[in-house]
Ligand binder design. Sequence first.
Ligand code: ATP
Ligand code: MG
Length: 389
Amino acid sequence: MKEIILIKLGEIVLKGLNRKSFEDTLIKSIKRRLSGVGRFDIRYAQSTIRVEPLDDDTDMDEAVECVSRIFGIAAFARACVTDKDIGSIKTAAAEYLRDTLEGVNTFKVEAKRSDKSFAMQSPEICREVGGFLHDTYPHLTVDVHEPDVTVTVEIRDFGAYIRAGLIRGAGGIPVGTGGKACVLISGGIDSPVASYMMAKRGLELTAVHFASPPYTSELAEQKVVQLLERVARYSGRIKMFTVPFTEIQNEIRDKCIEDYFTIIMRRFMMEIAEIIAGQNDCQALITGESLGQVASQTIGAIACTDSACNMPVFRPLIGMDKEEIITVSRKIDTFDISIQPYEDCCTVFTPKHPKTKPALNKVLEEQNKLDCRRLVEDAVKNVRVTMIY
Ligand code: ATP
Ligand code: MG
């Protein structure tokens, strides 16, 4: 039996005049993301996107999983396609929905007829199909108000679609419709979650990771790649830049007062990320900071970090507790990778008494002991690029 996926659009139906470009972006990303699963015919009509596999051996479970992670989709369903005659519709419904119907007690049938030339009216279709399902599965009773399952029959131009209820989609808005931003990604729990949350708001992602070999290992960087691969299941491909950070950290350690290490390091990160972001058409930075989580995330510390760059900095986790962040990281399957114990460059030189209320003039005085311009230029010049899919 031929199976397809029907996709219902989400928030984008609210977007008025932009609607068309939102729809186009969504369809493009569905096409791109499903190209890794198989060959599909993807069409849009009457607020529904229909995804039809072109080969019989297409893995539809994988296709459904892929679709469930695409932002801009409110809901979707697997459906079977059959000829537009009532006999085929009845037998197809009974066969295709067997597992579902055997597992419930009450049902109702709903019919939608967008092909008005079809000989039967909707109430008649419901009666016929409902009666047949009831005969086939006698344990079922009809409940039109709160059924365990609603069987939907849609009579369309190309054929009839039969499906049980809708599955909730990833929500959000299509990636790319909001522009592009650059996430500062560490190997921790927070920044992958921040990446996911901003992709959900329609941003395409670029990523910057600071590595300090030999203080940080190759494995630590591999961990970041793995995290971004998980994020990319939602955001689509991500270009990742690995920035050599060792010299900057060594210089800070050798020349600045210890209490300011972290804040100065974070200012360098923002400045370098902003340059890379600019070179890659990004209009904002993203970090995984959460207010008060650590000394470098107090209001005062964030003010000092913020003043190192001009782009807007999105901090989607700013008001979230660690527990709430962990819930999301489990949902997107990054948690188990994040908790693997590899060192991050932030943890290599941690001051014993970090300043929680740093004065910007004092921070600048310390930072200006370094040849900042050359350090930044060198770091940017020596980035490495990895494409993440
Ligand atoms: P995370 O769990 O994301 O590592 P964190 O709670 O450990 O965050 P910090 O180490 O203070 O917090 O880092 C705050 C933010 O700075 C991170 O969320 C991330 O956006 C950025 N950041 C930290 N380390 C790096 C790094 N090595 N490369 C790129 N960005 C980093
Ligand atoms: Mg960290």
